[in-house]
Design a protein around this ligand. Structure first.
Ligand SMILES: Nc1ncnc2c1ncn2[C@@H]1O[C@H](COP(=O)(O)OP(=O)(O)OP(=O)(O)O)[C@@H](O)[C@H]1O
Ligand SMILES: [Mg+2]
Length: 510
């Protein structure tokens, strides 16, 4: 059977899937006869964008701060290691003298749900390099069909749309690495974990991985077709030299090992701090030997020179995640309700209530989701069938959600006027943070703004923000000139802001 050059890879994928079932891994890599010089411009641009790395560690941390709350030490260590790594890769472009460079693979330790994976996901998104995440446990299962740890490397090239060079600069993130520690038990050494560690060893340093998996049917078919069309099979490999490995895990019990090692030498540590402080103290002092005692090969841990840890999250941290993180879960809830035209507003007290409950779950920030699901489950089910257009989540709602739901269904408009108050309260806060002046809206002004916003079909928040923004300069002048720190936004201001601000300024000079 001969294949002509117009062969369509999608057809082959379809055929193999229908023949072997959806469980079969089907990946078609670029044709071997495709010369790197005739690659698409788009692909070249993507690679050069990813490799045009010009961040400083503080800039990376700043970006991470927008999403990841706390974990300041981890963010600093990670940002610095990432900058070193990618600056090095840049320096190596076309040069041969970077043979002695030691890769700064990272090991990330911390309890569940405190932002380990989240940190790495955000950093990969920021840099724009191919990123592959997998659980190490996947590779410890005996009888795992379809591939081995080398598949991770091939997946990077897949993520890079077949661009081998770009794939070779990617990040491999292996979660649950603590699960491949080899614990000595009555049954002897846990061989599967040992095998995976050995498999990862060579990848973490430098090796060549064949682009086509010997166990993947589609890849082999592709090789066969190349042979048919070109008369030879071109051997393509992926070098792991510049691939950054980040492994992470909860490492339950590791702190006990550190404590035991430190023994009486725990200078400066009284042992009376909170459990979070104690853990922090111990993890600051973690050494390779602790990981070896935990069940890792010395060669394995030696290839992960950067150790960082994430701390447990307090109630206040959980509150901040809800309130300030750009990836806050509450955004998702707002969207969910908005799908039924229901506006939901969260007060600080409400968010504190959720955070307090979440902490008792002991699953870090994941507890926030558990608690929100519990509180809002019935709301999500029942509200779409009723005439509720808005509601505010306060402390009471987080403590007695079902009772509050009942009262809401009995009086669906009970939050209508409170929503206006609540939103304007937020604006007052924002302005006082921004200009250092206290602003309060009179009741008439609030009503007037609500009416005007409705007329132009705008929401209250954006309407008032626009209104005040136009007079930002005037308000700033007022703050500077006036001894008065509190301003009352009245109906006059809403109806004729320019005139009112001018009058206020004139008054300050009198
Ligand atoms: N410090 C944080 N700041 C903001 N959001 C966070 C933080 N920690 C966790 N989250 C939120 O919780 C979710 C789960 O966190 P993540 O996946 O990072 O946990 P993890 O530390 O990797 O835990 P595990 O060990 O169980 O894998 C994230 O998707 C994110 O939304
Ligand atoms: Mg994780």
């Amino acid at each position: 059977m001969a294949f002509d050059k117009k062969f369509n890879p999608d057809e082959l994928k379809q055929f193999l899937k229908s023949k072997y079932g959806p469980g079969v891994q089907v990946e078609i890599f670029p044709k071997a006869d495709q010369d790197p010089t005739d690659e698409g411009e788009e692909q070249a641009e993507r690679r050069s964008r990813a490799l045009r790395f010009d961040y400083k560690p503080s800039q990376i941390k700043e970006c991470l701060d927008r999403y990841v709350i706390e974990q300041s030490d981890a963010k600093k260590v990670l940002a610095t290691a990432i900058c070193d790594h990618y600056h090095h890769i840049q320096g190596c472009q076309g040069e041969e003298d970077c043979r002695d460079y030691k890769k700064q693979n990272i090991i990330l330790v911390g309890p569940t749900g405190v932002g380990k994976t989240y940190l790495i996901q955000n950093i990969a998104r920021l840099i724009g390099v191919p990123f592959v995440k997998a659980d190490a446990t996947k590779y410890s299962e005996t009888g795992y069909v379809g591939g081995d740890v080398e598949d991770l490397i091939r997946e990077l090239v897949h993520q890079a749309d077949g661009d081998i060079q770009l794939g070779e600069c990617g990040i491999v993130y292996l979660d649950e690495i603590d699960k491949i520690a080899t614990h000595t038990s009555g049954m002897g050494r846990d061989v599967s974990g040992h095998g995976v560690q050995r498999g990862l060893l060579k990848l973490m340093e430098e090796t060549e991985v064949p682009l086509r998996s010997p166990t993947d049917i589609a890849s082999q078919m592709q090789a066969f077709m190349d042979f048919q069309s070109k008369g030879e099979v071109e051997k393509k490999t992926i070098s792991t030299k510049h691939i950054l490995f980040i492994v992470s895990g909860a490492f339950t019990g590791l702190s006990d090992l550190i404590k035991k090692r430190l023994g009486s030498k725990q200078i400066g540590f009284t042992g009376t701090g909170s459990s979070a402080e104690q853990e922090h103290y111990l993890y600051e002092r973690v050494k390779s030997v602790d990981f070896i005692d935990y069940g890792f090969e010395a060669e394995f841990i030696g290839r992960l020179p950067v150790v960082m840890h994430c701390n447990p999250l307090s109630v206040q941290d959980l509150f901040k995640i809800l309130k300030y993180s750009e990836g806050s879960l509450l955004k998702q809830y707002k969207k969910d309700f908005l799908a039924y035209d229901i506006d939901v507003y969260f007060t600080d007290e409400g968010m504190q209530g959720i955070a307090r409950e979440a902490e008792t779950e002991e699953t870090g920030a994941r507890g926030l989701m558990t608690v929100c699901e519990r509180i809002f489950r019935e709301y999500k089910y029942q509200l779409p069938d009723h005439d509720v257009k808005e509601f505010i989540v306060g402390q009471e709602m987080t403590e007695n959600p079902l009772e509050k739901l009942k009262s809401l269904l009995e009086d669906p408009t009970q939050y209508q006027s409170k929503v206006v108050e609540f939103q304007l309260g937020k604006i007052e806060q924002e302005l006082s943070d921004r200009y250092g002046i206290e602003i309060a809206f009179t009741a008439e002004a609030s009503q007037c703004i609500a009416k005007k916003a409705k007329e132009v079909d705008a929401d209250l928040l954006s309407y008032s923000a626009d209104l005040l923004k136009k007079f930002e300069h005037g308000l700033n002048l007022l703050r500077k000139n006036s001894k008065k720190k509190k301003f009352l936004i009245d109906e006059d201001f809403v109806l004729d802001p320019a005139d009112t601000v001018e009058r206020w300024i004139r008054e300050t000079y009198q």
